[in-house]
Write a protein that binds this ligand. Structure first.
Ligand SMILES: [Zn+2]
Length: 321
C-alpha cells in the first residue's frame, strides 16, 4: 500500500508516492502554487497526482489515499479551505471533495503545518513522543499539535495559529492577517524583512540597504544572517529580535500545552546558532523553570521532504484507526 502526499506551497506544488516506511519513491513538482486561483491549483493537483501514478506504474487501487497539505486556514475534518493567499476565491472551497471527485481516490486535507507535525511524529524527530508540538519558523510562524499521538485541530480545524497571537497591547507592527503586533510580525521571514525595511527607512547604517528593492521584495533571512555575520549590528539586532519573539512563542507552547517534545523546523532554522541560541534563551527566560525542565527542543529531521511526508503520514495514520 502507498499514499501520495501533495504539498501545495507558496512557490510550487510538490507531490510524492510514499510507502508506509516514509520513503518517497517517486516525485513530481508542478509550477502552480497556492497564490493562484482555485481552478488553476485544482488542475495542477490533479496533474501532479496523475504524473506520480504514471511515473511509478502503481495501480491506483494500491494507493490508500492522497494527503493534501495547504497553507492558510483549513477545516481539515470538513475538508474545506477557509482562507488562503488573501484570494477571496479560496474562501470556503471544499477542496478535499473536489479533488477526490477528480481523481477517484480518498483524499484528506489539512493545514500544511498540522501535517508537518504528523510527519515529524511518525517519521522524524517526534517519534515516540505522545505529546509533541511542531513549530515552523519559515516565511510564517505556526504550530501543529499532537496530543495523545493524535493531531489536535480544535473545534473548526484552526488550532495552532500561534503566529497570529497578538503580543503587543498597542501599536504593534501590521501583520499579514490584518491585525497588529502578532508573533509572526516579528518571528518569521515576513517579520525579518519588515524589520529590515523599517531600519532602512529610518536611515540606519546597514549593509541591508544594498539588498533592498524599490518594490520591497522580501529581504531573506539568509541575507540578514549573512550581514549579521559580517558585523552589521543592525542586521544582528533584527535577527535577535525575531529569535526573541520566536522564543516567546515557544514559551507559550510550553506554558499552555506542556508537551514532552518540541520539534523546531522550517527554512529559517538553517541559520543555525545565531537564531537558535537567542531563541532558546528567550524561551527559558519566559517559561517557569519547572516547565522548561520537562520539555526537549529538537530540530526537525524531514527537512524539505516534510510537506510530502506529512501529508502521506496523515493518510496512513487516519486509515489505521
Ligand atoms: Zn497576524
Amino acid at each position: 500500500m502507498y499514499a501520495i502526499g501533495i504539498d501545495v506551497g507558496g512557490t510550487k506544488i510538490a507531490a510524492g508516492l510514499v510507502n508506509p516506511n516514509g520513503e518517497i519513491l517517486h516525485r513530481f513538482t508542478h509550477r502552480a502554487h497556492a497564490e493562484q486561483e482555485p481552478a488553476v491549483v485544482i488542475d495542477a493537483i490533479e496533474a501532479a497526482y496523475r504524473a506520480v501514478v504514471r511515473q511509478s506504474g502503481v495501480n491506483p487501487e494500491r494507493i490508500r489515499g492522497v494527503g493534501l497539505g495547504f497553507p492558510g486556514n483549513t477545516n481539515g475534518p470538513a475538508g474545506v479551505v477557509l482562507v488562503c493567499s488573501n484570494l477571496p476565491a479560496w474562501n470556503h472551497i471544499p477542496l478535499r471533495d473536489i479533488v477526490a471527485g477528480r481523481i477517484g481516490r480518498p483524499v484528506i486535507l489539512d493545514n500544511d503545518t498540522n501535517l508537518c507535525a504528523v510527519g515529524e511524529h511518525r517519521y522524524g524527530a517526534g517519534r515516540g513522543a505522545k505529546n509533541m508540538v511542531y513549530v515552523t519558523f519559515s516565511t510564517g510562524y505556526g504550530i501543529g499539535i499532537i496530543i495523545n499521538n493524535r493531531l489536535y485541530v480544535g473545534h473548526t480545524g484552526t488550532a495552532g495559529e500561534l503566529g497570529h497571537v497578538v503580543i503587543t497591547v498597542d501599536d504593534g507592527p501590521p501583520c499579514t492577517c490584518g491585525k497588529n503586533g502578532c508573533v509572526m510580525a516579528y518571528a518569521s521571514g515576513i517579520g525579518l524583512s519588515r524589520m529590515a525595511y523599517q531600519a532602512i527607512d529610518s536611515g540606519a547604517d546597514t549593509s541591508l540597504r544594498e539588498v533592498a528593492a524599490p518594490d520591497r521584495r522580501r529581504i531573506s533571512g539568509e541575507q540578514i544572517a549573512a550581514a549579521a555575520q559580517q558585523g552589521d549590528t543592525v542586521a544582528a539586532n533584527i535577527l535577535h529580535t525575531a529569535a526573541g519573539y520566536g522564543g516567546v512563542g515557544l514559551s507559550m507552547v510550553v506554558q499552555i500545552l506542556n508537551p514532552e517534545r518540541i520539534v523546531l523546523g522550517g527554512g529559517l532554522t538553517r541559520i543555525g546558532a545565531p537564531l537558535w541560541e537567542p531563541m532558546q534563551a528567550a524561551m527559558r527566560r519566559h517559561t517557569q523553570p519547572e516547565l522548561w525542565d520537562s520539555v526537549q527542543v529538537v530540530p526537525w529531521q524531514l527537512g524539505d521532504d516534510i510537506g510530502i511526508l506529512g501529508a502521506a503520514a496523515k493518510v496512513f495514520s487516519d486509515t489505521e484507526q
